[in-house]
Design a protein around this ligand. Structure first.
Ligand code: SF4
Length: 633
């Protein structure tokens, strides 16, 4: 370890007393909130620190972290505590006072934990992981860590392509963590009793389904720089790593920690369904979270009751990727009305489909109209919506907006994406025309109070999706498209927000990157990159300098149309949906052909045969209906 001396929790606490009054929002760093769990350090065998590598205000709204915190702390032999990235003012103080990063619950330095588990939902957190390891006085490169160091693991949606972070993380959890975390703990306890080497721990972990130990593989490339294959260097490691899924959604947590300061979501998050069958071609989550698993209505109602009692929150978010697709949504809304109509509980139902039924649902929930009604058509022309496989007709969309206004909402938020494959300037102009049409409809129905907020992001091709082969739109095109929107979507009652294109590229390099990007991430961090998800913190110069010093071209990762035969650095990660299926779907998109919701008939994406034994064992249908006769039509 780099630290000369490990500080005790008491010493950390004492130094904190002088630091905390000098930083913004000290409650980010103090712990002690309602429902935090503090176990006895000495008598608990295994210590795990769960780290969300962004600030507390964001990390505390992460449901994955709350689930794991709850599950680990239910075990008698293990404890879970939390740590987040310190904001820049706190980091300066930590370094000045030589204070290592510590856990909120007991103020133990991170280096004292047995396992550090990073949550990586998106790629722009990568430099923060390095910064956190450094602030914890831990070696950044996994090959330099040994038995004295904590085991560094990571999971979350970004790790479905683990390669760019492979040099820093000892083991990745691919897929859902609820069951696999228990297996990791068991293996760790056994290994520790055995007194064997760290290499032995890693090889035991690699035998758990869903665990990827990157040091057991070597990447090979062709002379043109494209990825060739991954060579296994450890016999016991699997050739492909299949994502883990839970057969049933386990009981939802309800004893949520209640922060003292404002966080991004101040509500009880309840996942009503996992997975999505819509098949939007740009959507990473929709592909990697298959199959559909739903939580029973009675369990949702019971969880809301218990969570309200445990937290005092008066807002509940019923989460899923497509809430109106939840089979029992009408019953759920009825039950919510029956149980909570007199309790001033506000229920939000994000991710609703664009149809008048969604307006009826929101109406029935008595949802506040203040925040506006959100619709995500993603594209403004039917041609473009066919290409991305979000086939809603413009007529249906306008009918839905009409119903929204007629039911008393005066604000509509419209989410669009630019830079889709095959997009023309006419498709972008259509965003202007459609938004203006919705605005003039609103003026007629609700008058001058109408507000249209148009939010535009830029499409990023993601691994494991039908668009994993496509090139990112060029910088010039994106600038032209943004300029068109900025020029034409202005005026009274109309607001436009957009993401800077540079944020898009950073995520694009990393999401389809290979192992060589570790050097780029490391150098970028060395040159000052961190908090890359924050527009006011992102340092693109550091990234460009890092690419130049590594001898790699950023465009190679973003602006290159990948041949259909190309091997991808993430091909060894098996999400259950076959590459062949994704390819077929990509080719359909080029023909502007859609593939409607597979709940009406299965297209054989690969999920059912992949998880057949689990399904048989548990007697489940997972809402996957029989195969469509014309599955490739
Ligand atoms: S197995 Fe069939 S029904 Fe299930 S997710 Fe895949 S395509 Fe859809």
């Amino acid at each position: 370890m780099k630290a000369e001396k490990v500080l005790t929790p008491q010493m950390i606490q004492t130094r904190l007393l002088s630091i905390l009054p000098t930083v913004q929002k000290p409650a980010r760093y103090s712990g002690g909130e309602l429902n935090q769990i503090v176990k006895d350090w000495q008598s608990t065998l295994l210590h795990i620190c769960l780290v969300f590598p962004d600030i507390y205000d964001i990390g505390m709204s992460n449901l994955g972290l709350a689930i794991l915190y709850d599950l680990i702390n239910q075990r008698a032999d293990a404890l879970a505590e939390r740590a987040f990235a310190p904001w820049v003012d706190m980091e300066t103080k930590l370094r000045a006072y030589q204070l290592p990063l510590y856990s909120l619950e007991t103020k133990h330095p991170l280096s004292e934990f047995d396992i550090i588990g990073f949550s990586l939902p998106y790629e722009s957190l990568y430099t923060n992981v390095l910064n956190i390891l450094d602030l914890a006085n831990l070696e950044i490169w996994s090959e330099k860590r040994d038995e004295q160091h904590p085991l560094i693991i990571a999971g979350g949606h970004a790790t479905y392509n683990p390669e760019p972070m492979a040099a820093f993380i000892d083991a990745f959890v691919i897929g859902e963590g609820e069951e696999v975390i228990q297996e990791i703990i068991d293996v760790f306890q056994d290994w520790r009793k055995s007194g064997a080497s760290r290499a032995s721990l890693l090889s035991r972990l690699a035998r758990i389904d869903g665990i990827y130990v990157p040091s057991f593989y070597k990447a090979h490339y062709y002379l043109d720089g494209t990825f060739s294959h991954l060579e296994k260097t450890e016999e016991s490691a699997p050739s492909t790593i299949s994502k883990r899924i839970v057969a049933h959604l386990p009981p939802a947590p309800y004893r949520f920690i209640v922060p003292y300061i404002e966080t991004v979501h101040e509500r009880i998050p309840i996942e009503i369904m996992r997975g999505c069958t819509r098949g939007c071609r740009f959507c990473h989550a929709g592909m990697v979270t298959r199959p559909i698993r739903e939580r029973p209505v009675s369990e949702i109602i019971e969880t809301i009751q218990k969570a309200v009692q445990a937290t005092g929150y008066n807002e509940v978010g019923l989460l899923s990727l497509s809430s109106s697709d939840y089979t029992h949504i009408a019953d759920l809304v009825k039950e919510i009305q029956a149980h909570f109509s007199s309790s001033h509980l506000s229920i939000s139902l994000p991710s609703l489909r664009i149809e008048t039924f969604s307006v009826e649902l929101m109406q029935a929930l008595g949802t506040t109209r203040r925040g506006g009604f959100t619709l995500a058509p993603e594209a403004a022309t039917e041609r473009m919506r066919n290409i991305i496989n979000k086939p809603i007709s413009t007529q249906d969309l306008l009918q839905t907006t009409q119903a929204i206004f007629e039911n008393g909402w005066s604000t509509i938020k419209l989410y669009f994406m630019i830079g889709h494959p095959l997009e023309t300037l006419a498709d972008v102009q259509a965003i202007v025309d459609l938004s203006r049409e919705v605005l003039s409809m609103g003026r007629k129905i609700v008058g001058h109070r109408v507000q249209i907020h148009v939010s535009v992001s830029t499409f990023i091709p993601k691994p494991h999706t039908p668009f994993q082969w496509v090139a990112c739109d060029s910088t010039e095109n994106i600038e032209t498209k943004l300029h068109l929107l900025q020029h034409n979507l202005r005026g009274k009652n109309l607001k436009l927000t957009w993401n800077p294109s540079e944020a898009t590229f950073l995520e694009a390099w990393l999401s389809r990157g290979d192992r060589r990007l570790a050097q780029v991430i490391y150098l970028a961090w060395k040159h000052g990159a961190k908090f890359d998800a924050w527009n006011d913190q992102r340092k693109m110069d550091a990234w460009y300098q890092a690419f130049a010093e590594s001898g790699l071209q950023p465009e190679f990762y973003t602006h290159r149309l990948r041949p259909l035969t190309e091997a991808f650095p993430w091909d060894h990660i098996d999400i259950g949906v076959r590459k062949k299926y994704l390819l077929q779907d990509y080719q359909r998109s080029l023909q502007e052909q859609t593939r409607p919701d597979c709940r009406q008939g299965c297209y054989a994406c690969g999920i059912l045969p992949k998880y057949n034994s689990l399904r048989r064992e548990k007697g489940l249908t997972w809402k996957c209906p029989p195969l469509k006769i014309h599955s490739t039509a």
